[in-house]
Structures are given as structure tokens and as C-alpha cells.
Design a protein around this ligand. Structure first.
Ligand code: ADP
Ligand code: MG
Length: 319
């Protein structure tokens, strides 16, 4: 039977992503990790918890779970325009199953390397399966992108095609089947979303507000509207719908996924219009989908500019 410390050593301390270096002066093995930030930089910190049966199905592939747990947490660094440093992992496990741990650690390690994230430490306990990932990043003082800088006249943009996370859900839960190419694409988007770290950094000093879409476009736009004291207008005709979601679910349902489905982990941001041409020219993936106005709340409008009533805005716990 694998003991706690043997488990930590074998699966986590020995992982490639657990090596010190960069800002990580001291990693796993002591009471704390030590980070050294370059002068003039601020530390960005965010925590995400994934609970079995709520955020992922019981019995799902541990390799994919490792990838997804780190990707969704790292996406918060992208949203703040922070450069990745590393993460801690608080792991609660029903048992120390070597097969499960090996695959989970492999998925985590692959995503960590893809995102330039180092494993800094964590905690390992016994109980119902639950993961908490805390991510750390760095950003030049005053240059983080927050939710509160949007101004009337700005454009509202997103960093990719919307709705794929939500469209993938029935496939993830085994409630629906799809053509192999469509299923493969959507499942990959769900299990290994790519945090838009490079886009976030490119938006530093340009975007006026940003976040990553985790709960649904309209719900998340509501956060920017509230924090900035403005009204966000989303033009239905400009939504970049996912071809895979349309193929699987049809246009109307793909649109619902784009507006109110969660799990996309793409950036949504507001941008003074003068900033748009240079970003497009540089080839950044971005789609203007609306604008910022004086007022409050989020409105969805049709091509005539008339407001469309929507019932579901996104996902909330306890809701
Ligand atoms: P302490 O008792 O001082 O809190 P622990 O015994 O919990 O420390 O952990 C020993 C070391 O292993 C620490 O450096 C901790 O950060 C690290 N660690 C524990 N669990 C994990 C994990 N799941 N992943 C990575 N590092 C871990
Ligand atoms: Mg200690």
C-alpha cells in the first residue's frame, strides 16, 4: 500500500513540471515553496476546485482530468494578462490507486509543460475525490487586466468560437453520440482547453477589461458590466458559432451554447476601437461581437438592434 509521502514523491515531486527554476527558488519538499518575482512585478493568484460529480463525471479518465484541472485554473491567469509561474495541487482521493495516480500525474504534467507552469507543492488527503488547483502568475505592476475598466465606446470581443465546452457536455456524459471527427474535436476542447495566455499578454496595455468565459458568455459579460458600471451589448449575428457544435446540435442549440453554456475558457474583453486593427494585423484570434454603452446589464440584440429576450444566462452554483 502506497503511503502519503511515497505517493507525493513518486507521482508529484518526481514529475518534470515539479523542477525548480525561473521564479521558483524552492519547490516541493519543504513547508512552503519560495517564489522570487522580478522587481516591479505583481503576483497574480487564483484558486479553482473541481468536485467529482459536479465538475467532472465520477470515473472519468484520470489523464484527461489532470489536463483539465490545470487548464481551467490557468485560464484565470490568461484573463488577467499574467505570465504563468506555477501551481499548487490539493488532492483529496478515496484511495491511492497507482494506475489512477500515474495517469492523473501524466495529464497534469503534459498540461503544465504546455502552459509553462511548475508544480510548487500541495496537500494530499483521503476522502471523496476533489481537486483544488491554485495558480500563480506574474504581471508588471498596474498592467493586469481586470473586470472594471470597460468604457462606453469600447468594442466587446471574444478570443475564439463559442459554445464548444457546453456542446461537448452530452458527449462527456455519454448521453449523445456524434460523428468521430465532431466528437473528437469537441471532447478535446472540453478535456484540454488551451488557456489563452499569449492572447492575454498581447492585450496588456490595450484591452480595458477582460475575463475568461467559464460560466457562459452572457453571465460572464454581466461581471464586466457590473464591475465597470457599463452596459454590454452583444450582437447575435456576430457570435462566432462553433461549426462542430452546429453539426452536432443544429444552429439554434449551438447558439444557446455560445450564449449561456459554460466551460469555454476563452477570453472575453473590451477594447478601445483604435486598438483593433493592430491586433487583427498581428493575427491574434479575436472576434468583435458587440460594444460597451453607458448604462447597466447585458443585452443581446438582433440585426435591427432590437433586444432579444434570453432566459438562461449561464451556470451558477446554489442557483
Ligand atoms: P506539511 O505537513 O508541512 O503541510 P505535507 O506533508 O502536506 O507538508 O507535504 C510535504 C510536501 O509535499 C510539501 O512541500 C507539499 O507542498 C508537497 N505536497 C503534498 N501534496 C502534494 C501534491 N498533491 N502535489 C504536489 N506537492 C504536494
Ligand atoms: Mg509544514
Amino acid at each position: 500500500m502506497l503511503g502519503e509521502f511515497e505517493l507525493i514523491r513518486h507521482y508529484f515531486a518526481a514529475a518534470a513540471c515539479a523542477r525548480s527554476g525561473g521564479e521558483v527558488v524552492l519547490g516541493i519538499g519543504d513547508d512552503c515553496a519560495l517564489l522570487q518575482l522580478p522587481p516591479g512585478e505583481q503576483l497574480a493568484v487564483s484558486t479553482d476546485t473541481l468536485v467529482a460529480g459536479v465538475h467532472f463525471p465520477d470515473g472519468c479518465d484520470p489523464f484527461l482530468l489532470g489536463q483539465r484541472a490545470l487548464a481551467v485554473a490557468t485560464s484565470d491567469l490568461a484573463a488577467m494578462a499574467a505570465a504563468p509561474i506555477g501551481f499548487t495541487l490539493a488532492l483529496t482521493l478515496p484511495s491511492a490507486d497507482p494506475l489512477w495516480l500515474g495517469e492523473f500525474a501524466r495529464g497534469l504534467d503534459e498540461m503544465a509543460l504546455a502552459c509553462s507552469m511548475r508544480l510548487l507543492g500541495g496537500d494530499t488527503t483521503c476522502g471523496p475525490l476533489c481537486l483544488t488547483v491554485t495558480v500563480f502568475g506574474r504581471v508588471p505592476a498596474g498592467q493586469a487586466l481586470t473586470r472594471h475598466g470597460a468604457r462606453p465606446g469600447d468594442l466587446l470581443c471574444v478570443g475564439g468560437v463559442l459554445g464548444e465546452g457546453a456542446a461537448a457536455l452530452p458527449l462527456v456524459l455519454g448521453e449523445q453520440k456524434a460523428e468521430p471527427a465532431v466528437a473528437e474535436h469537441l471532447l478535446a476542447r472540453y478535456w484540454s482547453p488551451e488557456p489563452q495566455l499569449a492572447l492575454g499578454e498581447a492585450l496588456r496595455g490595450r484591452a480595458s477589461a477582460a475575463l475568461d468565459i467559464s460560466d457562459g458568455l452572457l453571465a460572464d459579460c454581466g461581471h464586466i458590466a457590473r464591475a465597470s458600471g457599463v452596459r454590454l451589448v452583444v450582437e447575435q449575428s456576430r457570435l462566432p458559432l462553433s461549426p462542430a457544435a452546429v453539426a452536432l446540435l443544429g444552429t439554434a442549440e449551438a447558439e444557446r451554447c455560445a450564449l449561456a453554456g459554460g466551460d469555454d475558457y476563452l477570453l472575453a474583453f473590451t477594447l478601445p476601437p483604435a486598438e483593433l486593427p493592430a491586433l487583427l494585423e498581428a493575427g491574434w484570434p479575436l472576434w468583435p461581437i458587440g460594444r460597451v454603452e453607458a448604462g447597466q446589464g447585458v443585452a443581446l440584440v438582433d440585426t435591427a438592434g432590437d433586444e432579444i429576450r434570453v432566459t438562461a444566462h449561464g451556470y451558477t452554483h446554489f442557483g
